[in-house]
Ligand binder design. Structure first.
Ligand code: MRU
Length: 355
């Protein structure tokens, strides 16, 4: 089976036709194999998120919404208290799969709020409301991708070079994506941008996913190793950096794929505007600064063994493998959200989005 044109436009996560499972494109297998996974149990969902079969903050949120609905239907009880307790347990388990992207807990909490707010209804009626809610999370994501892409496109002009890091396209979200949304929307509107995609060590989201999505969408994309960002900037080929985000703190510091903060530092050196693009669901007003964001540490094997025929380091060599880093808000030109473009001072201006 191959990824359809539609998958590339609407994202990598969907509810099955009978609503009993969630179907995802296994992103670990791209670009060489197109494999769909049918997720049913809490363990299926946990594992898919943990191994990055579903990844990218918004896609994880959409998947978590569907997970809660799929799992709710499996509860063998009409008793509200038992139903709620079991679903809360599932939610906590799902949230524990990855700590950094706030969209995961945001979606789980949003689904659990439906349960908490409707204690007077039958379990069957609550399940029907949960179905509406998870579908709403997905359709809102499509809307937000469109709006972010439109806003992002106002920041650049035809012919500009854009450097991006990791993957924040349709596979990581739904339609268009966030950071690479303006590039795909631009193509549709005849505004051609030239994208430089960092390969994004160690899991190669830039090589495997971003360059794949952009190439398929007909966008001019050039793949570079992470350590080549400086030379393309020095050559004058980059007019803006567009990156995604996994959690934006109330002061504008934000977590994104490891290596993002290095790109921001380089952009500052070369005087290139640096933007993060993300939905308001990625802004965590309960998280004061970047220091309060929990950074996921992953298996050293991803550095030493993965992708190679044989290990590229001694087994006993120590490895440090943080999945994300925090970019200081002072390096950020603006935050592009579905509710508009937010400029400094971020602490004051982010608050206004929620008034
Ligand atoms: O570890 P990943 O691949 O889930 O990391 C993803 C990113 O860092 C993305 O940039 C972010 O989630 C935004 S996706 C729209």
């Amino acid at each position: 089976m191959s990824v359809t044109e539609n998958d590339l436009k609407t994202g990598s996560v969907r509810l099955s036709d009978d609503g009993k499972s969630c179907i995802i494109i296994d992103q670990t297998q791209l670009p060489n194999r197109i494999i769909y996974l049918d997720l049913k149990s809490a363990e299926d969902f946990y594992d898919a998120i943990k191994v990055l079969a579903v990844r990218g903050a918004p896609a994880i949120g959409i998947c978590a919404g569907y997970a809660m609905y799929v799992l709710a239907q499996q509860k063998n009880t009409d008793d509200y208290a038992v139903f709620r307790e079991e679903l809360e347990r599932d939610g906590a388990y799902l949230i524990s799969s990855r700590p950094t992207a706030v969209n995961l807990s945001w979606a789980v909490k949003r689904m659990l709020k439906v349960v908490a707010d409707n204690a007077d209804l039958s379990v069957g009626q609550i399940i029907a409301l949960l179905r509406d809610e998870c579908i709403a999370i997905h359709s809102e994501d499509i809307e937000m991708c469109c709006r972010i892409s439109e806003y992002g496109l106002t920041l650049v002009k035809a012919g500009d070079g854009i450097l991006t890091h990791c993957n924040a396209g349709p596979l990581a979200t739904s339609k268009y994506g966030t950071a690479i949304g303006p590039c795909i929307l631009g193509k549709e509107k005849g505004i051609d941008l030239k994208v430089f995609s960092d390969e994004t060590r160690p899991l190669l989201q830039g090589a495997r996913l971003t360059s794949y999505e952009l190439q398929k969408a007909g966008v001019d994309v050039t793949l570079i190793c992470d350590n080549m960002a400086s030379i393309v900037m020095k050559n004058g080929w980059v007019q803006a950096c567009f990156v995604g985000c996994d959690r934006i703190a109330a002061n504008g510091d934000f977590a994104n794929k490891i290596g993002t903060s290095g790109v921001a530092i380089l952009a500052k050196h070369y005087g290139i505007p640096f933007y993060t693009l993300g939905p308001t669901s990625t802004i965590d007003m309960n998280c004061p600064t970047g220091d309060d964001i929990k950074i996921e540490l992953r298996d050293p094997d991803e550095i030493k063994n993965m992708w190679y025929k044989e290990p590229m380091a001694l087994e006993e060599v120590k490895c440090y493998n943080p999945a994300f880093d925090v970019t200081d808000h002072e390096l950020l030109t603006a935050i592009v959200t579905d509710r508009g473009i937010v400029y400094p001072p971020f602490k004051e201006n982010l608050k206004k989005l929620f008034m």
